[in-house]
Design a protein around this ligand. Structure first.
Ligand code: AP5
Length: 240
């Protein structure tokens, strides 16, 4: 596991919501963990929450399971209650990272209303889009392995664990996500192009979009992310 630039000291300042956009495999989960550690705010991954519900066999998990396994997006209505409950928790008071939400125009519009209602309690959102080309995404997703205990993300080709098949920190046996089979990956990338890619223009027109070159190394993307978020944060604090 690569530990990235200055990920050890949490910066205890108000950050506000950070929205991470990007196609499957862009590195949202990888970077969200580093941003969370650096700024001392929680990562909220809608994919992770949905997978936990599937594993626990909850009603939400039962409704989401087959949709996720086919590579499509879970219906918007199932996401709204889940996201508002999580961001209402105490650890989100200084800010939080939304990893994988919003993913449709309806979700983005819902989120804008949510931010509007929260405007006295939080800084305005910072929206970061991690951009990576199609072939690179395919290589990353087929090589991804995840620790079932701590969620750390590895890649058998690009960032392998020290001991093959085991998490560097937990020692747990690494797993391959069910939706990382090639046919499902193709569906996920199609769903992204159809439903999520238009959000780039949506946030660009609001003047909020910060674009990162996600094809660079994990550490280089982390440095870009820290700088972009810190700059936007300072601007938002200055405008209060
Ligand atoms: P989710 O879990 O959010 O998956 P995703 O968006 O498809 O994104 P991934 O987790 O696959 O990729 P990532 O960008 O996090 O990349 P990672 O850091 O792992 O969603 C899963 C499913 O849940 C969806 O398909 C949908 O059904 C449902 N869902 C979730 N949210 C929803 C919503 N809002 N609405 C409706 N449905 C929803 O990196 C990938 C690999 O690349 C790793 O191996 C990593 O080590 C490697 N890597 C990362 N960065 C680099 C780099 N810079 N250089 C080299 N390798 C790198």
């Amino acid at each position: 596991m690569v530990t990235g630039p200055s990920t050890t000291t949490a910066v205890q300042k108000a950050v506000g919501p950070v929205v991470l956009l990007g196609p499957p495999g862009a590195g949202k989960g990888t970077q969200a963990k580093r941003i969370a550690e650096h700024f001392g705010i929680p990562q909220i991954s809608t994919g992770d929450i949905l997978r936990a519900n599937v594993a626990a066999g909850t009603e939400l998990g039962k409704q989401a399971k087959s949709v996720m396994e086919s590579g499509n997006l879970v219906p918007d209505e199932l996401l709204f209650g889940m996201v508002s409950a999580r961001v209402g928790e105490a650890d989100c008071a200084r800010g939080y990272i939304l990893d994988g939400f919003p993913r449709t125009l309806a979700q983005a519009e819902w989120l804008d209303k949510f931010f509007q209602n929260q405007r006295d309690a939080q800084l305005p959102p910072v929206v970061v889009d991690i951009q990576v080309g199609y072939n690179e995404l395919l290589g990353r997703l087929t090589g991804r392995r995840t620790c079932p205990t701590c969620g750390r993300i590895y890649n058998v080709h690009l960032s392998p664990p020290k001991v093959e098949g085991l998490c560097d920190v937990e020692g747990s046996k690494l797993v391959t996500r069910k939706d990382d089979e090639e046919t499902v990956i193709a569906e996920r990338l199609k769903a992204y192009e159809r439903q999520t890619a238009p959000l780039t223009d949506y946030y660009k027109s609001q003047g909020r979009l910060l674009i990162l070159d996600g094809s660079r190394s994990i550490d280089e993307v982390t440095s870009q992310a820290f700088q972009a978020i810190e700059k936007a944060r300072e601007k938002n604090v200055g405008q209060r």
